[in-house]
Design a protein around this ligand. Structure first.
Ligand code: ATP
Ligand code: MG
Ligand code: MG
Length: 307
């Protein structure tokens, strides 16, 4: 079983502009769509595409719970959240300009969680997670959930002995590395928190995997590098037309962990993850991809051992 934990969930409001975003002009919308924005939820969606059983955990606000429930139901994402009464799950604005690739993201901070809310989450997690399970903790920490709370959560998971994957950034990523988790996937900016630019990057990456079993640095259109058991694998990514790359990393992580849970060989986990993420960036929302199309793209992914 895989559990995904989204501590600071969000509902994405996709704003499709008629033209390009211009100051001083009335920027008209072509249409609006909604999507889930939580990184763990994106991971769950990706796991579903390989039909790997998973459940999304975390917090959710009650005042707009119906909205989140509807999006999760549309995407068939099984979940069991700690409800935080009288609070609203934050919304993020994803601005998509006509005929321009990429997106502009504007996010709210999210509601404040209390120690009581965190305690309820720990109880839920400890009542569900078993030694053989995989737990993915993804996304930012909400106000009120501090680094020491993350440390508490990670230590409880370590006590259970499950496989811990973290898609975190900044100080939270540093904390996960300090405590020692099994998997991290920093992108090209997030890795700078762990490896300073003046250092010998590949040596440091090798060193990092002595502590963290799987370190995958994702490099956008330049693919990714996986450091595991003293070996470095450079993974290419298929060339596709970029529409919106938000969620590419989440798709990569969800797909990788699903394949990993199915005990697929590492290179297959990596090539499918790369292909699914590449397929995903051709869609305008932050979750969608086609596993069928990705399996075709997978044939184009190359994996080289770096020496
Ligand atoms: P997220 O928005 O989910 O946090 P991220 O910044 O963590 O994304 P990226 O490094 O941008 O993650 O992308 C993850 C993977 O997606 C890459 O390693 C690559 O395989 C694929 N990918 C991203 N951008 C492109 C692109 N422009 N073309 C092809 N593949 C891409
Ligand atoms: Mg990126
Ligand atoms: Mg990311």
């Amino acid at each position: 079983m895989i559990y995904t934990v989204t501590l600071n969930p969000t509902i994405d409001r996709l704003l499709f502009l008629e033209g390009t975003l211009t100051k001083g002009k009335n920027n008209r919308l072509e249409k609006i769509a909604y999507d889930i924005g939580g990184k763990g939820h994106h991971g769950s969606y990706a796991m579903n595409q390989q039909k790997v059983k998973n459940q999304a955990l975390g917090f959710c606000g009650t005042t707009n719970e119906n909205k989140l429930e509807k999006i999760l139901a549309d995407k068939d994402i099984q979940h069991d959240f700690v409800e935080v009464y009288g609070k609203a799950t934050r919304e993020s604005y994803v601005i998509l300009e006509a005929e321009v690739g990429g997106s502009i993201l504007i996010t709210e901070k999210g509601f404040r969680v209390t120690d009581y809310d965190s305690e309820l989450l720990y109880e839920k997690i400890e009542s569900k997670v078993q030694k053989d399970d995989i737990v993915l903790i993804a996304g930012s920490l909400p106000p009120g959930f501090e680094l020491n709370d993350l440390e508490d959560l990670l230590n409880r998971l370590k006590k259970i002995g499950c496989f811990i994957a973290c898609d975190l950034s900044g100080e939270a990523l540093k904390k996960a590395v300090e405590i020692g988790v099994n998997f991290i996937k920093p992108n090209r900016f997030e890795i700078q928190e762990l490896i300073p630019s003046e250092a010998n990057f590949l040596d440091r990456l090798r060193e990092l995997s002595k502590k963290i079993d799987y370190v995958i640095v994702s490099l956008g259109k330049d693919g990714s590098i996986c450091s595991h058991a003293g070996e470095l694998l450079q993974v290419s990514t298929p060339i596709v037309g970029l529409v919106n790359d938000t969620g590419a990393g989440d798709c990569f992580v969800g797909t990788f962990l699903a394949s990993f849970s199915l005990k697929k060989p590492l290179k297959e986990c990596l090539s499918l993850a790369s292909a699914c993420a590449a397929d995903h960036i051709q869609y305008s929302d932050s979750t969608t991809f086609s596993i069928k199309a990705a399996r075709k793209l997978q044939k184009k992914v190359t994996i080289q051992t770096l020496t």
